[in-house]
Design a protein around this ligand. Structure first.
Ligand code: ADE
Ligand code: ZN
Length: 339
């Protein structure tokens, strides 16, 4: 257990920022497209992969939504989720909190029930057969209307027991968190936790709005918080988790270069930063590759990697007893595998 790769691979860890539609690997995409008699805009897996070259969030989202178009049946959502769980099982991810985007599918007349049933069935199989615990987060597409968000939340109420939190994703600029103030108020009234993508491309004001208007339990990304010292102080005083996605930030040009990734600065300032993969099929790596990326680029010590693994459980929606057990697992691992 001497190499950095081995250490990162074996340390127990959790994933807190993962879009299940973003785990759609090209090979499975083609298989499901054929099964559902749908045409993709690309002839081959290689041709599709060549298109994964983005200058910003929107260029990525356009390809991500068109890939998701071939998902139609409950079994498709099962297969997508099961493939992801097998991947993270091999990476020693013990817990995952994943987003799904029901409006991406309801806009194509795929019923909410099929989407959530397929995902949930796979997650339950993952829990039983692979020992991976999970929480499910319904994410609202912010480029769509408040009315569409309300309708989606209404549909979710029937599946309340399966969903822990309501999130906010998609095109950030021009769609501030305040656009969904009333939707998130209802979500909280109904007992859901809330999270929101903020400060990925959008300004620090959007992070303030996520905190003070949507009353989130976590900020997804939050990179641009560093531009506002008052906001940094607020995030530190609240011990507010930020779900940072290193490879995503590079692929979407949210950060200029790898050695200037803000996560080191965040840890130094005492922020509760975590490492995550966002859309691994599109950004070149799952959780281990994201840990490895920051560990190498920022020359993180083993101690800092242990801290990030611990943060992943601290910032999770597991209950305190489950969190304590995970901390003990990490401590035991570190005792057996010192530098
Ligand atoms: N949906 C999937 N990935 C996303 C990201 N990185 N930002 C916003 N919306 C997304
Ligand atoms: Zn995301």
């Amino acid at each position: 257990m001497n190499t950095l790769e081995d250490f990162i691979n074996a340390i127990p860890k959790a994933e807190l920022h993962l879009h299940i539609e973003g785990t759609f690997e090209p090979e499975l995409m083609f298989e499901i497209a054929v099964r559902n008699k749908r045409k993709l805009n690309y002839q081959t897996v290689e041709e599709l992969k060549l298109a994964y070259d983005f200058n910003n969030l929107q260029e990525f989202l356009d390809i991500y939504y068109s890939g998701a178009d071939v998902l139609i049946e409950e079994q498709d959502f099962y297969d997508l989720t099961w493939a992801y769980l097998q991947k993270i099982h091999a990476q020693h991810v013990l817990h995952t909190e994943l987003f799904f985007d029901p409006q991406t599918h309801s806009s194509r007349a795929v019923p909410f029930s099929k989407v959530i049933s397929g995902i949930h069935r796979a997650l339950e199989d993952g829990r039983e057969k692979l020992g991976i615990s999970y929480r499910l987060i319904l994410s609202i597409l912010r480029h769509l209307s408040e009315e569409s968000a309300f309708q989606t939340l209404q549909e979710a109420l029937e599946y309340k027991g399966w969903i822990t939190a309501i999130g906010l994703d998609s095109s950030e600029n021009g769609h501030p968190p305040s656009k969904f103030e009333r939707v998130f108020a209802l979500a909280r009234e109904e007992g859901f936790l809330t999270v929101a993508h903020a400060g990925e491309e959008g300004p620090p004001e959007y992070v303030w709005e996520a905190l003070n208007i949507l009353h989130v339990s976590r900020i997804d990304h939050g990179n641009r918080s560093l531009e506002d010292p008052e906001l940094v102080a607020e995030l530190v005083s609240r011990n507010m988790p930020l779900t940072i996605c290193p490879l995503s930030n590079l692929k979407l040009k949210v950060v200029r270069d790898r050695i200037n990734h803000p996560i080191a600065d965040m840890l130094e300032k005492g922020m509760m930063a975590t490492v995550n993969s966002d859309d691994p099929a599109y950004f070149g790596g799952y959780l281990n590759e994201n840990f490895l990326e920051v560990a190498r680029a920022l020359s993180l010590s083993r101690e800092q990697i242990v801290q990030l693994a611990k943060n992943s459980f601290t910032a999770s929606f597991l209950d305190p007893d489950e969190k304590r057990k995970m901390m003990e697992k990490i401590d035991r691992f570190y005792q057996l595998n010192p530098v």
